[in-house]
Design a protein around this ligand. Structure first.
Ligand SMILES: Nc1nc2c(ncn2[C@@H]2O[C@H](COP(=O)(O)OP(=O)(O)O)[C@@H](O)[C@H]2O)c(=O)[nH]1
Ligand SMILES: *[C@@H]1O[C@H](CO)[C@@H](O)[C@H](O)[C@H]1NC(C)=O
Ligand SMILES: *[C@@H]1O[C@H](CO)[C@@H](O)[C@H](O)[C@H]1NC(C)=O
Ligand SMILES: *[C@@H]1O[C@H](CO)[C@@H](O)[C@H](O)[C@H]1NC(C)=O
Ligand SMILES: *[C@@H]1O[C@H](CO)[C@@H](O)[C@H](O)[C@H]1NC(C)=O
Ligand SMILES: *[C@@H]1O[C@H](CO)[C@@H](O)[C@H](O)[C@H]1NC(C)=O
Ligand SMILES: *[C@@H]1O[C@H](CO)[C@@H](O)[C@H](O)[C@H]1NC(C)=O
Ligand SMILES: *[C@@H]1O[C@H](CO)[C@@H](O)[C@H](O)[C@H]1NC(C)=O
Ligand SMILES: *[C@@H]1O[C@H](CO)[C@@H](O)[C@H](O)[C@H]1NC(C)=O
Ligand SMILES: [Mg+2]
Length: 434
């Protein structure tokens, strides 16, 4: 009785306490969850154990997915070389805008700060014309296997692009405590692991010796880079750098379970590994749009050359071949099973002319049933459905499992597919298909 009376009296206080605890509990659930089987703390503050001597680096992401991947890989190398923890920003996926980019770091920051977990759209303006762009911020380790690198460098996560709050969380109170290498133009800084290197700057403007950066700024709590994009951003000539880089690029492979299952399914439908070739034809925008005809011609010629030289095994699956048998009876057609990844669809006249030569070409849209599980992928940060953002990865993974791969020059999407293809070839596919 006494107890019940107590509850009545303190009724309001207890209710308030419960509500507060519930809020704290839900927030911590949101920030910490199972990721590809690993428990990962998303929230920077709680992951940072408050070691006042810990040193960090970070950078700003921009542009398409593979541009962001290259920046992320470069950042991992920087963290390794400089012996610092990496504050890793999320993947920025956009729907309705190809690129979020500015040459100047300050300007890029002012765009990126619009992206936060409270919203899934922002206003993008160009030449005074504005539109709503849908976006989502996605954690890298939901998509890519980071276990190898996690054993070698410490990674903490950043889930917005607010510089003020980043500095606050690092206890940085004045400008002397951090180094901010802001870009004033594209390809501003080029980094050299070997101070004695004679490799030229090429399109870059300013040289930085990494050993000097490490030595001269070892006291700085944070080194903040701007863009780290470009596969020639960091010159890696020291033997240790090369070994580390080779291992790094070998280990950073997509391992999202749903994507892996879908890929396996489509490969089986295509007649199994080794029985189809993969091609990535990028035609969609800017440079690739202008060079579309050239890209098509080159890839067609390369496939025909290889096929005539008979180096491509060709054991088409019967079921698939019945689908293209009639077209194959036409002159100048080539009986090869091809999986085509492209940012255009079948109705594009350039794709149509490719299909006339290679009638047994299949695209993602031929495997709608296998793609069904994509509908279930949601972003654990913010609950956005990821189907649209994940579709390119199905293309990427399937083409990379072809017995041969034919990509588009200068496309970073193609270069990743080529890398994954080479890895699968080395492994003789054993790790992927049983
Ligand atoms: N679904 C699909 N999307 C593609 C394909 N090629 C390019 N894309 C899209 O276009 C973007 C290209 O940007 P990025 O990844 O930076 O590669 P890059 O511009 O070719 O160097 C990709 O991230 C995809 O969103 C493709 O074959 N299939
Ligand atoms: C920041 O400083 C406060 C007190 O000076 C300390 O308690 C806290 O752990 C520090 N945080 C970090 C991230 O270093
Ligand atoms: C890397 O930094 C840690 C402290 O963060 C230090 O204990 C370690 O000795 C450093 N390693 C090298 C090779 O400098
Ligand atoms: C997002 O879009 C909705 C509806 O289109 C709009 O009402 C809202 O203001 C937008 N939010 C932002 C941050 O732009
Ligand atoms: C950035 O963070 C600071 C401090 O946490 C806050 O005062 C400010 O409003 C934030 N800016 C934006 C644009 O959210
Ligand atoms: C890089 O190091 C080399 C050799 O110590 C030196 O000659 C050169 O000036 C350095 N470059 C820069 C930009 O610091
Ligand atoms: C650069 O070259 C000089 C002279 O050949 C040598 O003494 C020095 O160790 C070299 N530095 C590095 C980082 O290899
Ligand atoms: C990289 O892999 C090789 C084996 O391929 C191994 O001998 C070496 O120790 C690895 N290096 C690092 C930095 O992990
Ligand atoms: C590409 O080729 C088609 C004919 O196959 C032609 O109509 C078109 O103008 C060409 N486009 C460019 C940009 O050269
Ligand atoms: Mg791009």
């Amino acid at each position: 009785m006494k107890f019940l009376k107590f509850i009545k009296k303190k009724n309001l206080l207890i209710l308030v306490t419960i509500v507060i605890f519930y809020i704290i509990y839900t927030i911590s659930i949101r920030l910490s969850f199972e990721s590809n089987g690993i428990e990962i703390q998303r929230d920077f503050q709680s992951n940072n154990n408050g070691d006042p001597d810990e040193k960090f680096i970070t950078y700003l992401p921009h542009s398409g997915f593979n541009n962001q991947r290259i920046s992320m890989e470069n950042a991992l190398f920087m963290a390794y070389f400089l012996n610092r923890s990496l504050i890793l920003p999320p993947i920025v996926f956009l729907d309705g805008l190809n690129h979020l980019y500015s040459e100047k770091t300050d300007k890029l920051y002012s765009k990126l700060i619009q992206l936060n977990h409270d919203s899934n759209n922002f206003t993008s303006c160009k030449d005074k014309r504005c539109k709503q762009v849908k976006f989502t911020l996605y954690p890298w380790d939901e998509l890519i296997d980071m276990s190898w690198i996690r054993e070698r460098i410490k990674i903490t996560y950043r889930s917005d692009f607010n510089l003020t709050s980043l500095l606050t969380s690092l206890n940085i109170t004045n400008e002397q405590e951090f180094l901010f290498l802001k870009d004033e133009f594209s390809y501003h800084y080029k980094f050299y692991d070997d101070s004695n290197s004679t490799t030229s700057l090429d399109k870059f403007h300013v040289r930085i010796n990494l050993s000097d950066l490490k030595k001269d700024h070892h006291n700085k709590r944070l080194i903040h880079f701007g863009s780290l994009f470009s596969s020639s951003r960091i010159v890696k000539e020291l033997p240790e750098s090369r070994i580390f880089w080779k291992n790094l690029t070998r280990e950073l492979v997509p391992n999202n379970q749903i994507l892996v299952e879908i890929t396996r399914d489509i490969i089986n439908e295509l007649g199994g590994q080794g029985n189809f070739i993969g091609s990535h034809i990028r035609l969609g925008d800017s440079f690739f749009q202008v060079n579309g005809n050239k890209t098509l011609d080159k890839i067609t010629q390369r496939i025909i050359n290889d096929y005539i030289k008979n180096s491509v095994p060709n054991h088409p699956n019967d079921k698939l071949f019945t689908l293209c048998k009639d077209d194959l009876s036409k002159p100048n057609t080539v009986p090869l099973v091809i999986f085509l990844a492209t940012d255009k669809d079948r109705s594009d006249p350039r794709i149509r002319s490719f299909l006339e030569i290679f009638p047994c070409t299949f695209t993602q849209s031929d495997f709608i049933y296998s793609l069904e599980p994509l509908k279930r992928v949601i972003n654990p940060l913010g609950n956005m459905n990821m189907q649209k953002f994940f579709a390119p990865f199905v293309d990427l993974l399937v083409v990379s499992h072809g017995v041969k791969f034919y990509g588009t020059e200068k496309s970073t999407f193609s270069s990743y597919a080529q890398r994954l293809h080479d890895i699968h070839q080395e492994d003789n596919f054993v790790d992927f298909i049983s």
